[in-house]
Design a protein around this ligand. Structure first.
Ligand SMILES: Cc1cc2nc3c(=O)[nH]c(=O)nc-3n(C[C@H](O)[C@H](O)[C@H](O)COP(=O)(O)OP(=O)(O)OC[C@H]3O[C@@H](n4cnc5c(N)ncnc54)[C@H](O)[C@@H]3O)c2cc1C
Length: 390
């Protein structure tokens, strides 16, 4: 049986980054991926903010399809809030190329890759984790990092708890009359739990999708039939992506001999559904902690909780504020969303603040700035706080 210090399950962005940092820290690291390569099937809109791009450590811009400078937020009654910054704030990437570039970095740092290696079971034996692959082959390691994505079967077997909720996501790529190729559209009220989006790829095509508490595909079909979308469709969808999106991190992300990162740990921004940025931040911490603990041969939950503490210190507050904002928006009626968007759109200083300080990776910083420009009346404020705190 092969013996490693650290075995990483899943070559998505979080797994490749964790393997890279584990190998870089001197641990003998193996990366196990069930598919024949990274980046397939795509379950993502591919929108990455500045911080996510920087955290990926990918220098080549060949993965970028389109730069984004702003957004239009539509309320259910079609009130709109428009903003556009002077420079790009986010990029639409080819997720397949992105994942492949991340994987290449992990391998270049010394992680050993095994493709077509579907991990079926985990057991702990005398201080080691034994992973059983489909076909019966076994891999022995001191520590396992589960970066399996939302399914997280091995993480659950090892005792990692579930994220607070799993949204149902669906998206099509479709010929579309784009209003502004540098602006994302956010459609509130079409998908309870998050929102619908239109992400331009160029002037004539877009990714149109949503994540909702349930029935993602059914809700997407209805979204595509709304007036605001239907009149701009210019042909049939050329691709469909569906997938689950975890929100609200797992209560515990480290147990004896195993850490969970990325979607497997529920590390997704609840304001936008973006999982790549928090997954990468946590994966770097996981790779470093796992390598150090494996080299010390100290693989208990107590030792590995260092990872849990460090990633929560880096991201916990942002995710917590994001959950509150998500709850607040999810509980508002269509009329209240119309009122909110109309109110914000009438505040030029606030729009300027969004254009200058908008950051999809750290939305809480913008939220704090926005508060300065709001002259909320007491009733409106009490209502919003009530939604957030309930
Ligand atoms: C519709 C939709 C749109 C999204 N849009 C965005 C977006 O625009 N921006 C953004 O930041 N996020 C977006 N997300 C979220 C983002 O896709 C995820 O957060 C991100 O992919 C999580 O990365 P990960 O590495 O944790 O898991 P994944 O990317 O899911 O990778 C997991 C890997 O593990 C492998 N694997 C799983 N189980 C096993 C096993 N047992 N053995 C071996 N290998 C295994 C899988 O094959 C896969 O390669 C979107 C999600 C959805 C559903």
């Amino acid at each position: 049986m092969d013996l490693f210090d650290v075995a990483v399950i899943g070559a998505g962005p979080a797994g490749s980054m964790a393997a890279k940092y584990s190998a870089k820290s001197g641990a003998r690291t193996i990366l196990l991926e069930e598919h024949a390569g990274a980046g397939w099937p795509v379950q993502c809109a591919g929108l990455l903010g500045q911080e996510a791009m920087a955290e990926s450590e990918i220098s080549s811009r060949s993965i970028v399809l389109q730069a984004m400078r702003g957004a239009t937020v539509f309320s259910p009654g079609c009130r709109r809030l428009d903003f556009k910054a002077k420079a790009a704030k986010a990029w639409v990437v080819d997720r397949r190329l992105f994942d492949q570039a991340m994987l290449a970095q992990a391998v270049a740092k010394g992680a050993e890759l095994r493709i077509r290696s579907n991990v079926r079971k985990i057991r702990r034996e005398r201080g080691y984790s034994i992973l059983t692959l489909a076909g019966g082959r076994e891999i022995k390691s001191k520590i396992v990092i589960s970066a399996e994505g939302v399914s997280a079967r091995i993480a659950r077997q090892a005792g990692i708890s579930r994220s607070q909720m799993i949204l149902s996501g669906a998206q099509v790529q479709v010929p579309f009359a784009v209003e502004d190729p540098e602006k994302v559209e956010v459609h509130l009220g079409v998908a309870p739990g998050l929102f619908g989006w239109v992400i331009p790829l160029d002037e004539g095509s877009s990714r149109i999708g949503l994540c909702a508490r349930d029935r993602g595909c059914e809700r997407l079909r209805s979204f595509l039939k709304t007036d605001i979308i239907k009149k701009r469709l210019r042909g049939s969808p050329v691709a469909l992506n569906v997938g689950g999106l975890p929100l609200g991190p797992a209560a515990v992300t480290a147990v004896d001999g195993l850490l969970a990162v990325g979607d497997a740990a529920g590390q997704v921004k609840p304001t936008s559904g973006g999982g790549i940025y928090p997954g990468l931040v946590a994966a770097k911490i996981a790779g470093g902690v796992a390598a150090a603990a494996a080299i010390e041969s100290e693989c208990t939950a107590l030792r590995l909780m260092e990872y849990d503490r460090l990633w929560r210190a880096a991201l916990g507050r942002e995710l917590e504020i994001g959950m509150r904002a998500n709850r607040m928006l999810s509980r508002m009626s269509d009329a209240e969303l119309d009122e909110l968007v109309g109110y914000l759109a009438a505040k030029p200083r606030l729009i300027k603040a969004i254009e200058e300080h908008g950051d999809i990776d750290r939305p809480s910083l913008l939220m704090a700035r926005m508060m300065r420009h709001l002259d909320w009346d007491a009733i409106r404020l009490a209502r919003l706080l009530g939604y957030a705190l309930r």
